[in-house]
Structure formats: C-alpha cells, structure tokens
Design a protein around this ligand. Structure first.
Ligand code: SF4
Length: 211
C-alpha cells in the first residue's frame, strides 16, 4: 500500500503537546481560501510504501511524545492512512492527533474514526474570515474531538483558547535547503515576517505565494 507523502519531520513542537513526529500527506481537494499549506494541495501518485515509511520513522517513534498527521487531507487516502495508523499503533503507544478539512459528521463513519485509530481529531475546513482564538486551530469553526481514552487524557484539557506562547512556529530545514514553518500562525504573521526579512534583504517565498 502506497501513500502520497509531503514530508515527515521530528521534532514538531507547535502542533500538539510535547515533541511530536509530524507527518504531512500530499493532496487536498478542499482548497480552503487562505490555507497556508497550498504546497500540499496537488495530488500525486502515491509513491511511498507505508511499510517502508513505518520502518523509517521507527527511531522517532521511540523518542516522540506523540504524532501529528496533517496535510493535505489524510482522509482522501483512506486505505493508506488506515494502514499507516494501524502500523503506528502496533509500534507505539503515543497519542495520535490528525487534522482534516472535512466535517466531523462526514468522518464519523470512516474506519479511522470508528476503529479509534486517531486519538484526537481537528475537523472542518479553515475559514479565513473566522476568529482565530482557539488552541491548535487555524479558525474558530474548527472542532477538536477526543475519540479515545488516550485522546481524552492527552487532549481533553486542551480544548481552550490559544495563548501567545501557543502562536510559536517551528522553523525547519529540508535536505534540499528549503526553509519551511509548522504551527498555526495568526492572520498576518507570515506577511509581517516577510516584511522583516525583506527589510534585511531576504525574500521569503510562502506556499500561499505559489498558489
Ligand atoms: S486548510 Fe487543510 S483542508 Fe483546507 S485546503 Fe489547506 S490542507 Fe486542505
């Protein structure tokens, strides 16, 4: 079973509690206006073998406090997503947080939700004109739902307003030298960062600029 994958990174500290393993899938047909991950929209033939991916992430599974899966839209690759989650469950007992732009109601009957393969789900599309006051969410319409006992234990107390500290971003460097950011920026944060860097002679190209 193969998965269209965007990237994997460890540690991610801005998308859930602790030092988490971040897995971003490739492909999203929802295309919310204002999405900061538009580099993950394009669909690609799935080319990463899930068993190989599980083998490659094993060292991080021993070290991480949890796993966050985002995209892209993981539920648009249901079989590969399910196989990945089942594999993670066999290898690790850490909490799994997943993001989806689909509504909770649309996902309720998915195997991933019914089988409790994700501990906490952040659902619903990003709405660019909504408030941005909630922890772990880009817009206030997005819902956080704990789906398992572990989900309630780890995330139950995190359905709250975001603090200034929650608005940090992880800065990461890819093997090819590209810099990218993970986290939930406030509206205008990226433009402000662009301005600061431009004043210092550096041009920041964002995924929004590419769309
Ligand atoms: S916010 Fe999520 S669901 Fe919406 S377009 Fe971006 S990746 Fe897709």
């Amino acid at each position: 079973m193969k998965l269209a994958l965007s990237r994997v990174h460890f540690p991610v500290t801005t998308l859930g509690p602790g030092r988490r393993l971040g897995i971003w899938v490739q492909g999203c047909s929802i295309r919310c206006p204002g999405c900061i991950s538009s580099d993950t929209w394009a669909t690609r033939t799935p080319d990463v073998d899930v068993a190989e991916l599980l083998e490659n992430i094993q060292p991080w599974l021993q070290e991480c406090d949890g796993i966050t899966i985002s995209g892209g839209e993981p539920f648009e690759q249901p079989e590969a997503f399910k196989q990945l989650l089942r594999g993670i469950r066999q290898l690790s007992g850490v909490s799994i947080l997943a993001y989806s732009g689909q509504s909770l109601e649309a996902l309720e009957n998915s195997d991933v939700v019914k089988q409790g393969l994700v501990d906490c789900l952040i659902s619903d599309p990003f709405e660019v004109n909504m408030g941005q006051t909630k922890y772990l969410r880009g817009s206030d319409n997005q819902r956080m739902t704990c789906l398992t006992a572990l989900g309630h234990e780890v995330f139950g107390f995190l359905d709250r307003y975001a603090t200034d500290d929650d608005r940090r971003l992880d800065v990461m460097f890819d093997a090819n030298g590209e810099v990218w950011l993970a986290g939930i920026p406030r509206r205008g944060d990226i433009s402000r960062l662009q301005l600061i860097l431009e004043n210092q002679g550096t041009y920041l190209r964002t995924t929004e600029a590419r769309s």
